[in-house]
Design a protein around this ligand. Structure first.
Ligand code: SAM
Length: 505
């Protein structure tokens, strides 16, 4: 399957999703007292006023999926996980030193199971958001602050977010001694969903994602079947949904499922339009994540999914993973990295844009790029492919030019740019050259300084594990020096011992 707007519009949940308009809600200027009062009544009825809310974040390190990693790459995973753990500990150290009130981690990092990292934080200003004890506390101001609890921005630290596959902010634990975990989950979730619905009104939507420690460790992906844990958590989710439907249809109907299809280029289509509704600043899209661990503890996290030019953690994809359909046309599996990068960037090159692909051979990325707009030949991308080696046979005919040369030195000239029929064409810079990290950073810096880049998708390859921190520091410096704020550095699911810098100049 590939995502197209047409496919998605067929889905009734999507139609509901798009047809909404803003109406009176707590969030609006003429906030309604009756909405506030109904939130209070719900909190009271479900004993929510007495609940201690959680400050516990769960960091999911890169997933082990047997399909994606070579044996050497698998060896590097424990090192990447320890890197993530170190950077979470570093996060608490550096933040307490810098006394940053907004994101003050002063907690411990524990390894829960299967290397899922649980960080129990005491964020300084957190509890102030949660003081909703009696009816008099239910003021618009307090509810505004309470809403921030579900919008935690935990991607500020680039080191940590680089190595994290997914994040479950403020995970609420329902441990295995609770006799009816579904009922308990409902009593926790329903008041929150009611609040978010009243607060954001028609703009509010949410989706459920299910995770298990087995699925995270990749133990059940191999045979294609679902493990016992996944069956159990999905059954909890189904029963929760039924309870929501029985209790209040309006809340049940706010549940959407926009991302259950794989992404691929088929004929002329890799359409990230599926993500568009969620990118609107007016839409309030929340992810409810249910994580079941080996010993049957259940964690629930509710958090807003944010798109500020790039997706931030938690990613709106289940487990933070974009499903990419198998494609037999590209000569290398590197194509998956490119599609994953596009989905994180939330956009793709537009017709007539100029694409430079450094280290393009054998042509996995070229195969994707050249097929994006193949049907409409006048809309084709203007693709420059650079490598020391030739492209796989048959690929060269679909692009503007393949040059056999040193990709560290080659630059785009004004003449090259004039090859595009669109004078406003964006320039996309792609790099997958196997060169040392510091050299790679220098080349990226030179390209950005040349002023001939609008978007970049830049792979940095490591040898061993000694250069992670220096490289991330160097990237931060380059971005700062060049005033680039829209970017992320991320270890993609489809990468081994490398990271991707994705951004916009
Ligand atoms: C991992 S492969 C790239 C795979 C490619 N992205 C794809 O989709 O098939 C790395 C490539 O970088 C190229 N390379 C390494 N150093 C280079 C350099 N200095 N100039 C040009 N190409 C280089 C290699 O020849 C190799 O083809």
């Amino acid at each position: 399957m590939f995502i197209t707007k047409q496919n998605l519009i067929k889905s009734s949940s999507y139609l509901r999703y798009c047809s909404t308009t803003n109406s009176n809600n707590i969030n609006s200027n003429n906030s309604s007292n009756s909405s506030i009062s109904s939130v209070y009544q719900t909190f009271k009825k479900y004993d929510f006023l007495k609940r201690n809310l959680s400050n516990r974040d769960i960091w999911i390190p890169p997933l082990v999926t047997n399909n994606n990693y070579s044996p050497e790459e698998k060896d590097i995973l424990p090192i990447i996980k320890s890197q993530l753990k170190a950077s979470i500990i570093g996060l608490s150290d550096s933040n307490s030193k810098s006394n940053n009130n907004n994101n003050n981690y002063n907690g411990v990092v524990k390894t829960l199971e299967k290397n899922i990292l649980v960080s129990t934080n005491e964020r300084v200003d957190r509890n102030a958001h949660l003081k909703l004890n009696s009816e008099k506390d239910f003021t618009k101001e307090n509810l505004d602050r309470f809403s921030k609890y579900f919008e935690s921005d935990t991607t500020k630290n680039r080191f940590t977010s680089t190595w994290t596959q997914q994040l479950l902010p403020n995970s609420y634990k329902i441990d295995n001694t609770v006799s009816d975990q579904t009922n308990e989950s409902f009593n926790y979730l329903y008041p929150i969903l009611s609040f978010l619905d009243a607060y954001h009104s028609d703009q509010f939507h949410y989706t459920f994602h299910c995770l298990t420690t087995e699925s995270i460790a990749g133990e059940v992906n191999d045979g294609g079947g679902e493990g016992k844990q996944m069956k159990k958590v999905k059954s909890i989710q189904r029963r929760l949904a039924n309870k929501l439907k029985d209790t209040r249809k309006r809340i049940f109907k706010k549940m959407v499922k926009p991302f259950d299809q794989g992404l691929s280029v088929e004929k002329a289509n890799l359409d990230t339009a599926a993500l568009d509704p969620l990118k609107s600043p007016h839409q309030a899209f929340f992810i409810v994540q249910l994580l079941l661990t080996n010993n049957d503890d259940l964690y629930i996290s509710v958090n807003r999914s944010l798109y500020n030019q790039l997706w931030s953690l938690p990613l709106p994809f289940n487990q933070g993973v974009v499903h990419i359909d198998r494609d037999l046309k590209p000569p290398s599996r590197a194509y998956k990295k490119l599609i994953e990068s596009f989905s994180i960037l939330g956009t793709i090159p537009q017709p007539n844009d100029i694409c430079v692909d450094l280290g393009s051979s054998p042509g996995g990325w070229i195969s994707i790029l050249s097929r994006l707009y193949k049907q409409h030949t006048t809309d084709k991308l203007c693709i420059f492919s650079i490598d020391r080696s030739p492209l796989e046979q048959g690929l060269e005919k679909d692009i503007h030019r393949h040059l056999i040369t040193d990709g560290m030195k080659w630059r785009l000239t004004s003449d090259d740019i004039s090859q595009s029929t669109n004078t406003d064409a964006n320039i996309w810079l792609f790099n997958d050259m196997a060169i040392p990290p510091n050299k790679s950073c220098q080349v990226l810096d030179a390209w950005i300084k040349s002023g001939k880049v609008n978007y970049f998708v830049w792979a940095i390859k490591f040898i061993g594990d000694t250069e992670y921190n220096n490289t991330l520091e160097l990237i931060t410096k380059i971005m700062k020096d060049n005033n680039i704020t829209t970017y992320c550095t991320k270890h993609l699911l489809n990468q081994g011992n490398e990271i991707m810098i994705i951004g916009k100049v």
